[in-house]
Ligand binder design. Structure first.
Ligand SMILES: C[S@@+](CC[C@H](N)C(=O)[O-])C[C@H]1O[C@@H](n2cnc3c(N)ncnc32)[C@H](O)[C@@H]1O
Ligand code: SF4
Length: 199
């Protein structure tokens, strides 16, 4: 297995447990010492839940190679469980759309038993259906990918997308946040925009 740290800068406004702090300090020290065998657990675990998707965006790297379709097996969670009180964050995405995983809700519920930050990046098409699970299972950060400030531009690039539905569902999540803990409440919402050269 190859483990590669892409960054040492993770979201930093979140409160960590003492066990997480100790692990993170050790992990940073081991990385800075260029250790190849680490005693610490990683700070962030990235789980690609599936490489399947409900869209077909024109720039997506999924199209660049022939992928064997994958669906993340929940059996892996048991194997990784010993580190879930130590790591800071679980990032639930890779290539593909994580929210189409048939057990996406169960995965959120599972991680809600641990102090770990739950973060996923999504095309946003299932946010409306998942709003209850997002709040019930205390998702911390959601990044929504959009490729245009208008429905016309976005839906042309993100083929199969529905800009109006996504912005409506995002407004509903923001209203839900306001009704519970204000706009500072979780989940933190981020919009990912990618510059695509106009055709
Ligand atoms: C691969 S997607 C997976 C999550 C989800 N399906 C989404 O679109 O947000 C993660 C991010 O990678 C971006 N992306 C897609 N194709 C890319 C490419 N060829 N190069 C760089 N980023 C890309 C997407 O726009 C998205 O923001
Ligand atoms: S929604 Fe995400 S995974 Fe799906 S095609 Fe678009 S960029 Fe790729």
């Amino acid at each position: 297995m190859i483990i590669r740290a892409k960054t040492k800068y993770l979201f930093d406004k979140f409160v960590l447990t003492e066990e997480q702090k100790r692990n993170s300090e050790k992990n940073i020290a081991e990385a800075e010492a260029s250790k190849t065998i680490l005693e610490s657990a990683p700070r962030r675990l990235v789980l690609e839940l599936t490489n399947a998707c409900n869209l077909n965006c024109m720039m997506c790297g999924r199209e660049a190679a022939k992928f064997t379709p994958t669906v993340f097996s929940l059996d892996w969670l048991k194997k990784f469980e010993p580190i879930f009180t130590k790591i800071e964050e679980v990032a639930l995405f890779g290539w593909g759309e994580p929210t189409v995983h048939p057990k996406f809700r169960e995965i959120l519920a599972y991680f809600d038993k641990f102090p770990v930050r739950k973060y996923f990046c999504t095309n946003g098409m299932r946010l409306g259906e998942l709003e209850d699970a997002i709040f019930d299972h205390h998702v911390d950060i959601i990044a929504v990918s959009l490729d245009g400030a208008t429905a016309e531009t976005n839906n042309r690039i993100r083929r199969g997308d529905d800009f109006e539905k996504i912005t409506r569902d995002l407004r509903s999540i923001v209203a839900h946040k306001r009704a519970t803990g204000g706009v500072q409440a979780l989940p933190e919402l981020r919009i990912l925009r990618h510059a695509v050269k106009p055709a």
